[in-house]
Ligand binder design. Structure first.
Ligand SMILES: [Mg+2]
Length: 231
């Protein structure tokens, strides 16, 4: 089984070989203040409830799995046989997603002008990702989405930055030139090793250290708002 591309609309003619793979949280919108802490809270509660442990222990186990596997979900599947769909549905519950995050005013217009196929590539569940995109006026400018449920390779869930993901993604998209735009340096570093171009959205509030660019990641911008210069 390969990576699944969920097409939202037919690409217009003349888009060429370039694909922009766009991360969602803290790349196309700022999820840091409300959404991510709430997801962490819901995950901690899930672990506490299903593994029958105190919240403090659940919280440190959540962090441990995230650091070790790149996603808490992967640790839960591997060590506890957790059903991934049940986990995702119960750790991304929001009433009004659009009101919980912000984006720069020009992001939809910048997105619309990117000269290539525009594919959302997120380790978040699809329902959550599409709701955020609709709330922020991004959905209609995207051609396709690859969410965490779509990154299943040989029956294993392989979200970013899994080594095996990048060649499979390239094959599934049938394009030669791929650019990953992401705020997580580890995702970019791994993609770059597989020949992807990369643009790093430096997280807000984090001072940029020039030594971070000595590796394969060569471009960075403060906001997606500045993407035009690199398009
Ligand atoms: Mg992100």
């Amino acid at each position: 089984m390969a990576v699944q591309i969920q097409w939202l609309r037919r690409p217009t003619a003349g888009l060429g070989q370039r694909v922009y793979l766009l991360d969602l949280d803290n790349t196309l919108h700022m999820a840091g203040h409300h959404i991510l802490p709430e997801i962490n809270r819901q995950m901690t509660q899930y672990l506490a409830h299903h593994l029958n442990m105190p919240e403090a222990q659940a919280s440190s186990l959540r962090t441990h799995y995230w650091l070790k596997y790149g996603a808490t979900l992967l640790g839960m599947m591997r060590h506890h046989g957790t059903d991934p769909h049940h986990f995702l549905a119960n750790t991304h519950r929001f009433e009004r997603l659009g009101g919980l995050s912000t984006r720069h005013g020009s992001v939809p217009a910048r997105l619309a002008r990117l000269p290539g196929l525009r594919v959302l590539l997120t380790n978040a569940p699809r329902a959550y990702a599409l709701e955020v995109c609709k709330a922020h006026g991004l959905y209609r400018h995207l051609h396709a989405v690859v969410a965490i449920e779509d990154m299943v390779i040989h029956r294993q869930w392989r979200p970013k930055p899994a080594n095996i993901l990048w060649p499979h993604l390239k094959k599934a998209l049938r394009r030669r030139l791929l650019t990953l735009v992401d705020d997580t340096h580890g995702h970019l570093r791994q993609a770059a090793l597989h020949g992807y171009q990369t643009t790093w959205i430096t997280p807000p509030g984090i001072r940029f250290a020039s030594r971070s660019l000595r590796g394969p990641v060569r471009h960075r911008i403060r906001h997606f708002d500045h993407i035009r210069a690199l398009a």
